[in-house]
Write a protein that binds this ligand. Sequence first.
Ligand SMILES: Nc1ncnc2c1ncn2[C@@H]1O[C@@H]2COP(=O)(O)O[C@H]2[C@H]1O
Ligand SMILES: [Zn+2]
Length: 898
Amino acid sequence: MQHCGICSVLAELFRRIMCINRRGSGDTYNPDSGDDDSGRGVVTIKHTEDHGIVIHVVDPVAPTTRNRKLSDSDWLLLETLDKRCQRPLYTRRFLTMHKRRRKKLTTRLLTLEPALLDDIQHGQVQCVLDRVWQWPFNAFTLDTVTGGRSLPVLCVHLFHWYGLLDHFNLDVVRVWKLFTLVEEGYHSTNPYHNSIHATDVTQAMHCFLQEDKIQKHLTPLEIMSSLIAAVTHDLDHPGVNQPFLIATSNHLAALYENTSVLENHHWRSAIGCLLESRVAEQLGPSKCELEHQISSLILATDITRQQEFLTRFKRYLDQSLLDMHRVNDRHFILQIALKCADISNPCRPWDVSRKWSQKVCEEFFRQGDYERQLNLPVTSLCDRQTTSVPKIQAGFFRFVVSPLFEEWHRFLGTKLSHLMMKHLRGNQGKWEAMVEKELAEETHTEVSDADVLDEEVECNSEEEAQDFVTGSVEMLIPNLPSHQATAASTDDKYIRKIGRRHSVPLSVPRPPPFAQTIIRRESLPVGDSKSKRSSPTSNLTLETRPEHKEHGSSLSLVSSCSGSGLQHSSGRRSKQENRPVSTENLLPEPSIASITTSVEASRLSSVLHGASSSVSRSVLAPSTLGPARFLTRQQTFPPLQQYVRIRYMSTTAEMANCSEPLTGIGSYSNSSTSSHVDFVSNVPSRRASEAMADSQSSPESTGGCKNGCGTPTGRPRALQHNNRTSVEQLFQCTSGCSVESDRDTSLRFMCKKEQTDQTELLRDKGSNGSKTCDTTLLQQITSGKVMTSDDYGKENVDPRNSGSDVDQDINISGSKNSILRRNSHQGLVQRRGSAPVGLLSRSDDNSGPTTFPLRGEGDRFLRRGSVPIDITRQSRRCSHFNRFYTKNMPIERVEFRV
Ligand SMILES: Nc1ncnc2c1ncn2[C@@H]1O[C@@H]2COP(=O)(O)O[C@H]2[C@H]1O
Ligand SMILES: [Zn+2]
């Protein structure tokens, strides 16, 4: 059969139409492959000699082939669609989150042409819905055949099926509207947390509701709550996790005080849809109860509460305490059911399960990419350069899904639960086999490093070597209950192998403590595949450090707030019995989580809260807790006092001890002085704008220095850069001007006047042979290594900072341009990609409950723009700083109240 011109055009057009229908989300579709890579069926398009087109749609669920020849009306429709299909379809346009679903599905156009619509959809939709009670369900297929409308289609079907429409006398149009709103509330641009995930979870919930033990006890209201909670449980999910929202000062984190941020948002959004669709007003007296149940069910899906629920569930089962006649017990089971449904993708048949795994990991990796672009520490398990899908999956299946589903299976004990466990174990075996394979390949390629390995192993004790590998297991599930961790660490060869992946690369000799931290902070060159594989990014190397093990228990509190997952070694796990298992902690972040010793912790604690911060003690912990515990709670502070944000900027406590003549004068006492990055809206937030206006209009900021250089003093200065706002901290120069300093790059920022004065002064001293002459400084000034304040301003409008390396979709204000950098030809140490954040120590205490502890005359802030690659140079100058830095840094942008 030959392609004539017109048929080729038509075929392409049809492919596009099919693509849009299936995806409805701007996803890519390879028109050449002819198949549907989502596993939802295969579409082939052929033309006939009489310029007709035959469409073959093969549905894997119901293997039927549908042939269709174009009718006259199809030709008309094609003409219409052709005009609408002008834009390129394969550009993978990235919609920013708040624009999540601007475009209308083209499917809707097809409603103009029922014949075509029927042919594409109807029979198959019915076919899929007929099997919706079965566990081997493929939400992707339903989404395909419904043209991207799987969510409302499924939910209306279930409402009808359960008789909820009749029971509550609901208007079906309003119900349709409700679920349409819900569907639109999901971000179609999220690889995982999109409406198909909601469909999947709802279908799983539906299966659980069918179980005998549950079904016969449920009231219509409970069924309705369960379905609505299931379908809305991730509503408006931004595709990043809670720690990310906190780190980027997202308004949601502030709104929900860093506690179950997403879940709180999900259930409130759900109520919003109920109101907007006007379904709520049809519920009468049931409305309040419905809302209450929905909120409680959705809040239970906070994965950081997994251990809490699991422990309770186990106890109920052990002691046979559950009585489904009791409302509370039923509600608890519904909570567990929803939690199981939420992470049930590992229990689906392999083809479907694998697809979910890939999607969720892609979303993790995207977050890692964002973090990289934002110069945030890249969360280990979000780092596509250092981990892999099989490794993430093997850990997740083993430590998160299995414990819950084993109990769920104990409770149900039915055909369904057997089937789920069978899939779970089978799928887990497959991922583990892949991990084995990956490791074998790595071992093969690393064989040339054997000598180095020998050396490395030799210089460590056996116990250390064991910890070396097992510590990484805990990185996967940092809050792993101790008995599991121990079992895993001692018995499981496979896990030990996984652990090896996250350790210091074989090719890198084990560095001394200081050097370790350098490795931790630096990413190995991307281009080097070996380095890439074994890239010892972030926290990983710290796993091996003995002190890291010693205080693991004191860090467990971080888990729910930072969600970053602390990395514990296996060493002292016995004290950590009740550490919650947390998927959030699958995504460890190498920040505060890496603080391990009480010395480190108290240092940082004194930075954050003041050495004797009564606030910390009163708010956070009983007096028995050490400083590390104060630290661990910093991101879940109760909202007792003034809201303060420490900007994501570089500082360190011990820098203040250096003898440089820099005095921090910045005030962080007001959140408006902070750059606020609104990740979702992609624009500088109101706070940042306010900060700028504030600083510009402030008498303090307009006063200028006493040298008359015009540099504002006394307050942070807001810098405008290409519509982005960042607020930078200014420091006083020796002559009273506001200057910036970047100690790590040996940069000092002087006003021009000071520069001139200093040069003259130093020259004088030098010519007099004075011993106090700072010849280094003189050299720096004369060689241009000291930047003037004006230079600094220029740096911040350097187009390179906002150029192509900034993802068009992630124009986070101030994230890049807040970091100073200069070209190497300018004689400056080059800016390092992962700009760390930190804050300096303060020498004074602040016990005032409403005063931010960092504020005060004695505070010292040193802005640290970047970590120089050759940090050893600084270690000579200020090694204690480096030690502190490497253990405690970077400190995430922290939001807390004092
Ligand atoms: N297959 C998977 N692999 C890793 N993490 C998962 C997987 N499935 C679900 N999750 C995580 O578990 C979380 C459960 O709640 P969420 O759906 O909000 O977000 C989910 C993901 O972060
Ligand atoms: Zn979910």
